[in-house]
Design a binder for this molecule. Structure first.
Ligand code: ARG
Length: 461
């Protein structure tokens, strides 16, 4: 039986069903679908469209179906096209004609849009909470790193010594922005589509505001045509997750580099690394590699949906069914990645000594010598060139920079004291930079913002 049999002389072909069905993937929405149906029924009672006896029977039937899903007893039929038709079919089996009243004043168009928004609210809360928990690990390690420093890189070339805490928090700030984005997406999508019908509303006295508040949405739709065809919120989540994935991928890349023998900054815990089936000595950073690798599909899912949406005429079109698999996949993959990366970082041990030994190169503080000359009145470009030629001289003649600086009339003993990287970090004074004081205040700012996000996402969940 189809939902449209009255108008049709024959049932659907098997090719049509297998090509167009969505049950195989939208069944994960059963909870949202039943919640939406219950709110719809309460709305129908509230507006006097159905009697409260019928309404109570429908609510009761929907509770029975909930129990069937929870106990894994719900039986799908070949003819069930999607989660909506499966649940409505079962309700009619249980209640007869009363079950057939469920869909009064509702279309699958406003129904699926409602399910997807409820699902999105739930998963944003879940993903956000996992991002918060990853940030906590960065914060914890940043705190315990104290005064440890390492070479900071630009162009993957050693640039300046920086505090390890400073470096780790740089990743943390990117994840805080991800949290902001997820929260903003949540706020925008927190709108109930129920009552829009197929696209134009209804002649029945539905009360979309009542249903919106029953479902915990902040508002109802403003335009029924828009709300049944709008999938901006799915695109936004996919973007938020894609960018979150990009950030995870950058962390992954760094851990891959840092755990090589060449860098040796980090040792991965055995439980969070893999071995080789052939080479007995190998220890691989597979979590980090897949955090990097899986980002491809996160970006792909975003591109796929944007391409589907492009050029769609208003309002609902079946193309919109393509919003689901990508979203489900991105949510699942990013959640797995967040947990695995969090575990990998939390259990890693950092080789502070090795980081320091790499950062303790005189050349990494060459810019401080130029700034020393600037303080004495020399134009920066001239100072840069003077120090640059000393560096070149030092490399070519294999003389320590320290000796050349000490002997130089404009630099001398006072400037040579600047060549110690630890003291270079102590002398950094700019806010947000890699000096101890600036990093201490950054740590407390970060931790305050993280507390706020933790609370905000716990409230969403
Ligand atoms: N499976 C459909 C979707 O995901 C549900 C809505 C179907 N609406 C329709 N008019 N055929 O979009």
């Amino acid at each position: 039986m189809t939902l449209w049999e009255g108008r049709f002389s024959s049932g659907p072909s098997s090719e049509l069903m297998s090509f167009t069905e969505s049950l195989s993937f939208d069944k994960v929405l059963w909870r949202e679908d039943i919640r939406g149906s219950k709110a719809h029924v309460r709305g129908l009672i509230h507006s006097g469209i159905i009697s409260s006896d019928d309404g109570e029977a429908l609510l009761d039937g929907l509770d029975k179906i909930t129990a069937e899903f929870e106990d894994d007893r719900f039986v799908f039929l070949e003819s069930d096209e999607d989660i909506h038709s499966a649940i409505e079919r079962r309700l009619t089996e249980l209640l007869g004609d009363v079950g057939a009243k469920l869909h009064t004043g509702r279309s699958r168009n406003d129904q699926i849009a409602t399910d997807m928004r409820m699902f999105s609210k739930r998963v944003i809360a879940e993903v956000g909470t996992q991002v918060v928990s990853l940030c906590e690990v960065f914060l914890e390690i940043a705190r315990s790193a104290k005064d440890s420093y390492l070479p900071g890189y630009t162009h993957t070339q050693r640039a300046q010594p920086i505090l390890l805490s400073h470096h780790l928090l740089a990743h943390g700030w990117a994840f805080l922005r991800d949290l902001d984005r997820l929260a903003a997406t949540y706020r925008r999508l927190d709108v109930s589509p129920l009552g829009a019908g197929a696209l134009g509303g209804s002649t029945l006295p539905l009360d979309p505001d009542f249903v919106a508040s029953e479902l915990g949405f902040s508002a109802r739709f403003a335009n029924s045509v828009d709300v049944v065809s709008d999938r901006d919120f799915v695109a936004e989540i996919l973007f938020d997750i894609a960018l979150l994935g990009v950030h995870l991928s950058r962390v992954g890349e760094e851990f891959i580099l840092w755990s090589t023998e060449e860098f040796g900054f980090v040792r991965l815990d055995d439980a969070y690394s893999t071995g080789s089936s052939l080479l007995p000595h190998k220890k691989n950073a597979d979590i980090a590699e897949l955090a990097r690798g899986k980002t491809g599909r996160l970006v792909g899912n975003l591109m796929a949906l944007l391409t589907t949406l492009k050029g769609l005429p208003l309002s609902y079109n079946r193309d919109l069914q393509e919003d689901k698999e990508g979203l489900f996949d991105s949510v699942k993959q990013v959640s797995l990645a967040l947990k695995a990366v969090r575990g990998m970082i939390a259990t890693s041990s950092f080789d502070f000594g090795r980081m320091k030994s790499f950062a303790d190169s005189e050349y990494l503080v060459a810019v401080d010598l130029a700034e020393f000359l600037v303080k004495g009145g020399m134009p920066f470009r001239k100072a840069h060139s003077l120090v640059g030629s000393l560096v070149r001289d030092s490399i070519e003649r294999r003389v320590p920079l320290y000796e050349l600086v000490s002997a130089h009339p404009l630099l001398g003993a006072e400037a040579s004291l600047l060549l110690e990287p630890a003291s270079a970090i102590r002398r950094r004074i700019t806010p947000g930079g890699s000096g101890q004081e600036a990093v201490a205040s950054q740590l407390s700012e970060f931790s305050g913002l993280l507390d706020q996000q933790r609370k905000a996402f716990a409230e969403l969940g």
